[in-house]
Write a new protein. Structure first.
Length: 331
């Protein structure tokens, strides 16, 4: 057997699509995977992650990894990988099995990257769902996710996608660093690096908010929604009869955040009450932080001095503002 060649491009990019499809089967049309509109959304990615499939998914041109509930026709998750790159992807065997989680590993040897990347697709049912109530004695989906992350090598990077049914508003998802400013040895000492503040059009929180945020913080993950190019305002991800919400997220390891090029919430489709999420990940970008010297500016004056121009023939009698400040223009 010949060994596959390494990916030669240092800037190779992967396109992820994450979408709660709200059942793969329509009552009249049958399987959504036969509809051009559905394929136009899903098949544009190199890797797609579907939630609430409710049955195994098969799509031509993709190798699909499914996980479905045995006792209920609800939930269901699937990761689809384009055939062209499927040799570099293996299903992750986890010790803590959960029907609502499916994970694959992107092998560093195939993609020519420093570390393996584990992609985890998750559907976490609402707290008031019949499935959650009937399984109240079992470990939660987030508990099982935590156990899966704990079994990974410290160098492994993570991409977590899915519908978590958690409305978190603009609550902080970042564990604030604790450090002593007096212990900094010099002015060029490295300070803890934090991601940009997260925005969201959804200002409400629900009962799943705190547990989800605690999970994110304890796992060292960063939510991309609302702080990434393409979604700086935190667009709605779910549209139902009683309003909109943000419950679908894509998260990455903190040291993978700089490799994310864009995150965009796609157009609404009548095939689901959730919007698809599109994320582009640059596998060739360095994770080293480039420190930029930021010039120091002084506040502009609170008062202005109005006077006529010293060259009336040039200004035609117009007035101009003379701003008295020590700040200098930066080219």
């Amino acid at each position: 057997m010949t060994k596959h060649p390494l990916r030669s491009s240092p800037t190779h990019e992967l396109h992820f699509v994450s979408w709660n499809v709200h059942d793969m089967r329509l009552k009249e049309e049958g399987l959504k995977s036969t509809l051009p509109e559905f394929l136009d959304i899903v098949a544009q990615g190199d890797i797609f992650c579907l939630q609430e499939t409710k049955e195994p998914v098969k799509i031509a041109g993709f190798r699909c990894f499914n996980s479905n509930r045995i006792s209920s026709r609800s939930g269901g998750v699937c990761i689809g990988v384009k055939n062209e790159i499927s040799r570099g992807v293996t299903k992750l065997n986890v010790a803590h099995k959960c029907e609502d989680i499916v994970a694959v590993k992107l092998k560093k040897s195939y993609f020519n990257i420093p570390d393996d990347i584990v992609v985890i697709n998750t559907y976490d049912s609402p707290l008031n769902s019949s499935f959650k109530k009937s399984n109240a004695d079992e470990s939660t989906t987030l508990d099982k996710l935590s156990l899966i992350l704990q079994q990974l090598s410290p160098s492994t990077k993570v991409v977590l996608l899915g519908d978590f049914n958690a409305r978190i508003g603009t609550e902080s998802d970042v564990e604030e660093p604790h450090f002593d400013p007096h212990s900094l040895a010099s002015s060029d000492s490295s300070l803890p690096s934090l991601p940009p503040k997260r925005s969201s059009k959804d200002r409400k929180i629900n009962s799943s908010c705190r547990k989800f945020l605690d999970f994110i913080k304890s796992s060292g993950l960063t939510i991309l929604n609302g702080r990434t190019l393409g979604d700086i305002f935190g667009e709605w991800t779910c549209l139902k009869y009683n309003g909109c919400s943000v419950v679908d997220y894509i998260c990455t390891s903190g040291d993978l955040f700089d490799n994310v090029k864009t995150l965009e919430v796609g157009k609404f489709s009548p095939l689901s009450d959730h919007f698809p999420l599109n994320m582009r990940l640059d596998l060739g970008r360095s994770n080293e932080i480039q420190r930029i010297e930021i010039p120091q500016f002084e506040d502009a004056p609170l008062s202005f001095k109005w006077k006529t121009s010293p060259h009336p023939e040039e200004s035609s009698g117009a007035l101009f503002v003379e701003v008295q400040t020590k700040s200098e223009f930066v080219a």
